[in-house]
Every structure is written in structure tokens, then in C-alpha cells.
Ligand binder design. Structure first.
Ligand code: AMP
Length: 212
């Protein structure tokens, strides 16, 4: 299974990709995660990407393409992958097509995760990660029990650097301008699958699996 998860920031791409990865044993390839790792490692390239990411803007296409082409040629991606957060521009989508052509492994489908604007805002502003377990939580949607489980074990609920309101609104604008046109791009190629991505994680996951 070779799929792209398309959707606005906060549409649940990462959450669903992780579930699918565990279930189907194919890697989740998240350019956002890989870029954050480079930032955390303090590499020269990571330092350059950091300010762009903190502002909610896009890292240059050629940088992301370099990361992706290296990752897709790893052995664990040979039997399939879930691309999460890539492509984000038309150029990236064209580059991906070319790369997959070279590898002889065309994309099966691009899944659009459809979510209402108000819910996106709550998902993004409320998003936290438990510092102990790495579990993704949300102050609006997780149960008090789940939130307490982290804090009473001595963990902290950490907010991503780019999940503040100003950056979020820029990320949503960047999405509209650069990434939304990919819906038509994949529709024209008859590769688009839409799913309703509102509701609980498990509900959305069931819809995703039946759509695939
Ligand atoms: P994400 O975790 O997917 O929301 O990505 C976090 C940030 O990483 C984005 O706001 C961008 O600054 C950067 N980023 C992630 N993926 C890409 C991409 N495909 N192209 C350009 N920038 C990206």
C-alpha cells in the first residue's frame, strides 16, 4: 500500500498514519517529524529549517525532496509507505510522481482528510504530547483520565513550538494557498479518496481503512 495522506494541519494525518503503520506494518514517513528531528539534533540544516518551521512557513521544495528521496529508498519502504505531510506543494507532488516512476512503485491513492475549520483550530491549539510516553493528547478532546495519566506519572503536557495561535493561522493560510490545489491535482489523476475526518480517532480510522 503506497498512500499519501492529504489534509490541513490538525486534520489527524499523523495520528491516523501511526495507527495504520502499526496495523499494516508499513512505515509512516512524516517530513514534519524528520525536520523536527534535524532541528532537535542541532544540525546546520536543522538550524536553517527551525525559523521557517516556527513561523509556519514551508521549507524549500528541494530540501524536502532530498529528505524524501533518501527515505523512500530505504528497504522498509519497499513494500509500501504512508506519506504524512508530503507533498505540500504542486512541485513536490510532481517530484514525487517522478521519484516513484523511477522506483517503479506508483502511488495507490491520496486520501484527503476532510475536517471543518473550527475543529481544526481546537485540534491544533489543544494538541499536547506527553513528555514521558510521547502519546498525543488534546486538552479539548482527551478524557481527563488520559491527561492525568501523563501528569500523575510525572510527565508534562508539551505543546509543539508551532502550535501557537499566530503560527497556526499562518500554517492554515499556507495550506490553503500551496497544498489545497493538490486536491484537484490528484482528482485529475483519479487518485483522490475523500474521507470524513471528524469524530473520534477510531471512527476516522474505520473510515480510512474501509476507503482503502
Ligand atoms: P507537520 O508536522 O507536517 O505539520 O510539519 C511541520 C512543519 O514542517 C511545517 O509547518 C513546515 O514548516 C515543515 N514541513 C513539513 N513537511 C513539509 C513539506 N512537505 N514541505 C515543506 N515544509 C514542510
Amino acid at each position: 500500500m503506497r498512500i499519501v495522506l492529504l489534509g490541513a494541519p490538525g486534520s489527524g494525518k499523523g495520528t491516523q498514519a501511526k495507527k495504520l503503520m502499526a496495523d499494516k506494518n508499513i512505515p509512516q514517513i512524516s517530513t514534519g517529524d524528520m525536520l523536527r528531528e534535524a532541528v532537535a539534533a542541532g544540525t546546520r540544516f536543522g538550524l536553517k529549517a527551525q525559523s521557517v518551521m516556527e513561523a509556519g512557513n514551508l521549507v524549500p521544495d528541494e530540501v524536502v525532496l532530498g529528505i524524501i528521496s533518501e527515505r523512500l529508498s530505504q528497504p522498509d519502504a519497499a513494500d509500501g509507505f504512508i506519506l504524512d505531510g508530503f507533498p505540500r506543494t504542486k512541485q513536490q507532488a510532481l517530484d514525487l510522481d517522478e521519484l516513484l516512476d523511477q522506483l517503479g512503485t506508483p502511488l495507490d491513492t491520496a486520501v484527503l482528510m476532510d475536517v471543518d475549520f473550527d475543529i481544526l483550530m481546537k485540534r491544533l491549539t489543544g494538541r499536547r504530547t506527553c513528555s514521558l510516553t510521547g502519546k498525543l493528547l488534546n486538552v479539548y478532546f482527551s478524557s481527563q483520565e488520559e491527561l492525568d495519566e501523563c501528569t500523575s506519572a510525572g510527565g508534562e503536557l508539551i505543546q509543539r513550538e508551532d502550535d501557537n495561535e499566530e503560527t497556526i493561522s499562518n500554517r492554515l493560510n499556507v495550506y490553503r494557498e500551496n497544498t489545497e490545489p493538490l486536491i484537484v491535482f490528484y482528482e485529475k489523476r483519479e487518485k483522490l479518496t475523500r474521507i470524513d475526518a471528524e469524530g473520534s480517532i477510531d471512527e476516522v480510522y474505520d473510515r480510512l481503512v474501509s476507503a482503502l
